[in-house]
Design a protein around this ligand. Structure first.
Ligand code: SF4
Length: 191
C-alpha cells in the first residue's frame, strides 16, 4: 500500500536513489515538532532519547566580530533539531545504505528529494521552519525543551559544522551527476 503520510498538505516523497541518499551520508534532514511523537518510542524518556539520537542546530547571537566571525562567547540560539551523526558524518539512522526509520523519518528527509524544483523544496522548507519557530516560541513545547536541554548539554551543530556537511553533500552530488553524465555520453557513442 502506498505511503500516504502528509504534512502541511504535502505528500511525502519516497525516492531513495543514490542522489537522494547523499544527504543521509552527510547532511540529515531537520525535525519538525510533529516528528517527535512519531520517532520517540512510547514509554521512553524523551530527553534520554534525544541525547542519544538528536543534536540541535544553533547559531550565535550578537554582532559579528572583526573578520566577520561571530564572537564565540555569544550564547547559542537553537534553530532546529537534527538527527545525530556518526563519526563519518552520516546520519546515525543510516545503516546498510538504508534509513532504519524510513516510515517515521524527519520532515526534512521525508518531504524532500533531489528531483523537486528549488521552488517546491523552498515552499516545503518554509512551512517546516515556521512550525519550528512557533514551537521554539513556546517554552513549554517538547521541541523547545529538547532544544534547551541539548544546548545545555553542548550537543549542538554550529553553523560551521552545517556548512561543512552541506559542502560534503554538494561535492558528492556533483561527482555523482558528473559520473552519470560521463556514462551517458559513453553509452551514446556506442554503436
Ligand atoms: S533519518 Fe533516514 S532519511 Fe533522514 S538522513 Fe537519516 S537515514 Fe537519511
Amino acid at each position: 500500500m502506498a505511503d500516504t503520510r502528509t504534512e502541511f498538505g504535502y505528500v511525502r516523497t519516497s525516492c531513495d536513489c543514490r542522489l537522494c541518499r547523499v544527504f543521509c551520508r552527510h547532511y540529515p534532514g531537520f525535525l519538525i515538532p510533529a516528528d517527535l511523537k512519531r520517532l520517540i518510542p512510547p514509554g521512553r524518556d524523551p530527553f534520554e532519547w534525544a541525547r542519544e539520537h538528536l543534536r540541535v542546530r544553533v547559531r550565535r547571537a550578537g554582532r559579528p566580530a572583526a573578520g566577520g566571525r561571530t564572537k564565540a562567547t555569544a550564547p547559542p540560539i537553537a534553530e532546529a533539531l537534527l538527527p545525530a551523526t556518526a563519526d563519518d558524518g552520516a546520519c546515525q539512522w543510516y545503516r546498510g545504505e538504508r534509513c532504519t526509520v524510513h516510515a517515521d523519518s524527519p520532515f526534512g528527509c521525508a518531504f524532500f528529494d533531489q528531483h523537486q524544483s528549488d521552488r517546491q523544496a523552498r515552499n516545503r522548507a518554509e512551512k517546516g521552519f515556521l512550525a519550528i519557530l512557533r514551537a521554539l516560541e513556546d517554552r513549554d513545547s517538547l521541541y523547545r525543551r529538547l532544544c534547551d536541554y541539548l544546548v545545555a548539554e553542548g550537543l549542538t551543530m554550529d553553523q560551521a559544522a552545517i556548512r561543512r556537511a552541506a559542502a560534503a553533500a554538494r561535492r558528492e552530488l556533483d561527482n555523482l551527476i558528473e559520473c552519470d553524465a560521463h556514462s551517458k555520453g559513453r553509452r551514446k557513442k556506442r554503436p
